[in-house]
Design a protein around this ligand. Structure first.
Ligand code: SF4
Length: 477
């Protein structure tokens, strides 16, 4: 596929494509090597190949329909694709006797509007379809495809148009060894495969990292390459393998690993820092009650964040709010805890929690006093009945009890956190997603900010004083 076609969808013609049998629709990501490169790394062993079309805001769907009609199989990654016109496009392709496939994170059950839904890696299913095999409409894949990576022609062509910060998602170990957070679907379709790892894999990983870096450097001399590991939460043993792999490599890159802040991580922080690692951490919500069942203790999270700062490990901090059951005191505690470690973050994300199907929040919604308002979801009322069940509840939850108070408290929280992180938001519902480099903040400033929004001054004071004593102890230790 010509890289021109991905940059200007309005000029797409059918003849720009290599016309294999399989077309994968992805989301446009400028500086990321497409997951279709990985798929092709697998398919090419069997002499097959997929074409890719990256949908963006200016995609002409009539032209895309004409293009896609020339393929036998059209696949869609569920990630981010809840746009109605994309779903309608696939629906109509299926009506025209095309085989349509939906896969990717979030697919946990059969989708009636697609010929096949695949939960877990789609490589095997797609190869079988290309070989003309008859397959069930819902397919749950539990095996990991062979660990291989080769930059395809597509990604080599695309490299020159990327800027210097190129990110590559790399399949190291999938899954999450925790798998119990109430809001998370991850373990339903990418179940824990961490156990598949063995020691030999460290060498394979290091060779692969070096090979990819060399391939990219051949095309782009000054490219700065960051590898994102494909797992959701790494465990101790696999972190050791990963560090070993990176030590063996030429270390001409940065890398990001996703981790839960448990006490054992402390031992590895220095190595992570010296090997140019970056930690991507789902803190979710740090208060004394574990509202999402993250299974981490606030003081461990604080201590480890401070250690990361000390060892110059950049930390991407991800937080959630509007969590069912969150009360005023929880929100104050969380705002205080964010303030305690704000200087540790290299980037900071705060977003509202969305309840998805097959999560513990959804399954036990009565216990959590949640009601899901399907009418909030526009595409649920599509005349074609063409919507994705797992997106049904996006933004569609409300707590039954004390709804106004819940919203009011979360509003105060969002505004106070924005002020602590020294960023502006236009409405309390706006997500925050910023690069940061803030100095530590003193406790009087934190008190002034939080008490501007919340009325329980005594609790704010107590919460700050108690935690700042801990901070001092930690510093002195
Ligand atoms: S630690 Fe992360 S991936 Fe694992 S269950 Fe929790 S949110 Fe999901």
């Amino acid at each position: 596929m010509s890289s021109e076609t991905t940059r200007d969808a309005s000029r797409v013609t059918r003849y720009d494509y290599k016309m294999n049998k399989l077309l994968i629709l992805t989301e446009k990501c400028c500086n990321t090597i497409s997951p279709v490169s990985f798929l092709n790394g697998y398919l090419q062993e069997a002499g097959k190949k997929a074409d890719e079309f990256a949908i963006d805001d200016i995609t002409d769907f009539n032209e895309l329909f004409a293009l896609a009609s020339d393929y036998e199989i059209i696949g869609l990654s569920s990630w981010g694709h809840d746009r109605r016109e994309i779903l309608d496009l696939l629906y109509n392709l299926r009506k025209n006797k095309k085989i349509t496939v939906i896969g990717g994170p979030g697919v946990i059950e059969e989708h009636e509007n697609f010929t096949h839904s695949v939960s877990g890696p789609g490589e095997y299913l797609l190869l079988d379809l290309l070989n003309g095999k008859k397959l069930p409409s819902f397919y749950k894949e539990t095996k990991e495809p062979p660990y291989k990576f080769q930059l395809t022609d597509f990604s080599r062509e695309k490299l020159p148009v990327m800027d210097n910060n190129i990110s590559v998602s790399i399949r190291t170990f999938d899954g999450c060894y925790w798998g119990k957070c109430y809001f998370c679907t991850y373990n339903h379709n990418y179940s824990n495969r961490l156990k598949l790892l063995d020691e030999r894999k460290a060498s394979i990983i290091s060779n692969t990292l070096d090979k990819i870096v060399k391939d990219i450097k051949e095309v782009k001399n000054n490219g700065e390459i960051t590898f994102y590991m494909s797992h959701a939460s790494i465990n101790r043993k696999n972190l050791e393998y990963l560090l070993e792999a990176i030590k063996k490599s030429e270390r001409n890159f940065k890398w990001v690993t996703f981790i839960r802040l448990e006490p054992w991580v402390m031992k590895y922080m220095r190595d992570i820092g010296s090997l140019k690692g970056i930690l991507d951490i789902g803190y979710e919500f740090i208060c004394n009650r574990d509202l999402v069942n993250k299974g981490c203790f606030p003081e461990d999270e604080i201590r480890l964040s401070l250690e990361a700062f000390k060892e110059h490990v950049p930390v991407k901090g991800n937080f959630l709010y509007c969590i069912p059951g969150a009360e005023e005191k929880d929100l104050i505690e969380c705002a205080v805890n964010i303030a305690r470690i704000r200087h540790c973050f290299s980037s900071f994300v705060l977003g509202q929690l969305f309840i998805e199907k097959e999560t513990e929040f959804y399954r036990r919604r009565k216990d959590f006093h949640i009601i899901c308002h399907d009418d909030i979801i526009d595409y649920g009322s599509s005349e074609y009945g063409n919507y994705m069940p797992h997106f049904e509840d996006y933004s569609g939850f409300r707590t039954l009890k004390d709804y106004s108070l819940f919203i009011e408290n979360n509003k105060k929280f969002a505004l106070s956190v924005a002020e602590i992180m020294e960023t502006e938001i236009y409405s309390w519902e706006d997500p925050i997603d910023i690069e940061v480099k803030l100095p530590p903040v003193d406790k009087d400033k934190v008190y002034n900010i939080i008490s501007k929004y919340f009325v329980d001054k005594d609790f704010i004071r107590k919460s700050i004083d108690n935690s700042w004593i801990y901070l001092r102890k930690n510093r002195d230790a």
